[in-house]
Design a protein around this ligand. Structure first.
Ligand code: NAP
Ligand code: ZN
Ligand code: ZN
Length: 349
């Protein structure tokens, strides 16, 4: 076994604390990764506090925005070599046999993919532990190649915030001639804006205050709506082809937001609030609108997103911090006091 150290939540009520544990020795197709940077996703907070009621297993080392360097490879690894820059996102395995896995959509694996942390390995050997740590051992099929020109600290958030927004924008065909709204300008939201702009869409940020108006413009949005002003729902009624909802709370006036969509428009939830959302279906019925959801992205799509990010020089705005600041960072994420993603510098562990 390989000795590992990191930060773990020992229970849903406890702050994260230094933690020592073990990783498996590399199997034939495993890649051993020296973790350099690990992003803090709002999902880590939902999981570490068991807010989704999944019955999160503890101790839990969160982290699914992992960027690092290959330290060793198993004897049958063909995709990576020592020294490569690589990433690991939200999943580390899947059943590989269901209809969705067969179509390279492991993120929608029917029995459920193996999450990077908080899942039982498929062979039942251990509960997975995530990226707030110095080392990880991952099957090569779930490891991504990070172009060497791309800074590793800025690559980390792409592994979740990047692909989770890139995927629905591609699926719902954001591009020239399309009006796209991005609801919530946090870690995911600011990536959604950058990708939608790069894809050629006309992008509007829909926020609940004016605080991020200037940033939205800087990221390429042509318009900014503050929903605290009720008149915007009349002014912008029936005007968007697509709205990506990245808000972490269920406390939203969904009926008014649906009203912003054109005929056949779609509002896609990537935000995963702990409480159920209440939906009045009439605004959906009246304009044949769609209310949809989307989960991260496939491995193939994650690689495509990394290549697209390198080609278009799309990078997240990050604040790099030492791992011992993780608990303070969680509190700041909850107060929206980060522009726009915390990244843990694992060399400071
Ligand atoms: P984040 O950085 O905290 O951003 C969330 C944003 O939501 C904040 O910027 C905040 O905007 C806005 N917000 C919070 N409460 C609001 C309210 N009541 N009304 C309007 N806006 C509100 O979080 P994140 O890391 O981007 O994650 C966002 C959500 O996506 C989380 O629920 C996370 O679990 C989920 N997620 C889902 C997937 C997936 O596969 N579907 C993947 C990753 C994450 P202000 O700054 O303006 O307050
Ligand atoms: Zn995430
Ligand atoms: Zn499957």
């Amino acid at each position: 076994m390989i000795k590992a150290k990191g930060y773990a939540a020992l229970s849903a009520k406890a702050p994260l604390t230094p933690y020592s544990f073990e990783r498996r020795d590399p199997k034939d197709h495993d890649v051993v990764i020296d973790i350099k940077f690990s992003g803090i996703c709002h999902s880590d907070i939902h999981m570490a506090r068991d807010e989704w009621g999944f019955g999160s297993p503890f101790p839990m080392v969160p982290g699914h925005e992992i960027a690092g360097v290959v330290q060793a490879v198993g004897p049958k690894v063909t995709k990576f070599k020592v020294g490569d820059h690589v990433g690991v996102g939200c999943m580390v395995d899947s059943c590989r046999t269901c209809v969705n896995c067969k179509q390279e959509l492991e993120n929608y694996c029917i029995p459920g993919n193996t999450m990077t942390y908080g899942s039982m390995e498929r062979d039942g050997s251990a509960v997975t532990q995530g990226g707030y740590s110095n080392i990880i051992v991952t099957n090569e099929d779930f490891v991504l190649n990070i172009p060497k020109s791309f800074p590793l600290d800025k690559a980390a958030p792409l592994l979740c915030a990047g692909v989770t927004t890139y995927s629905p924008l591609k699926h719902w065909k954001a591009g020239p001639g399309k009006k796209v709204g991005v609801l919530g300008l946090g870690g995911l939201g600011h990536m959604a804006v950058k990708y939608a702009v790069a894809m050629g869409a006309d992008v509007t940020v829909i926020s609940h205050s004016d605080k991020k108006r200037e940033d939205a413009k800087r990221f390429g949005a042509v318009n900014f709506i503050n929903t605290k002003n009720p008149e915007v729902f009349t002014e912008y009624a029936v005007s968007f082809d697509l709205i990506i909802n990245t808000v972490s709370s269920a406390d939203l006036d969904m009926a008014s937001l649906f009203g912003l969509l054109k005929l056949d428009g779609a509002l896609v939830n990537v935000g995963a609030p702990e409480k159920p959302m209440s939906v009045n279906v009439f605004p959906l019925i009246l304009m044949r609108r769609t209310f949809a959801g989307s989960a991260i992205g496939s491995i193939k799509e994650t690689q495509e997103m990394l290549n697209f990010s390198a080609e278009h020089q799309i990078m997240p705005e990050i604040e790099v911090i030492a791992p011992d600041q993780v608990n303070a960072a969680y509190e700041r994420v909850l107060k929206s006091d980060v522009r726009y993603r915390f990244v843990l510098d694992m060399a400071k562990l």
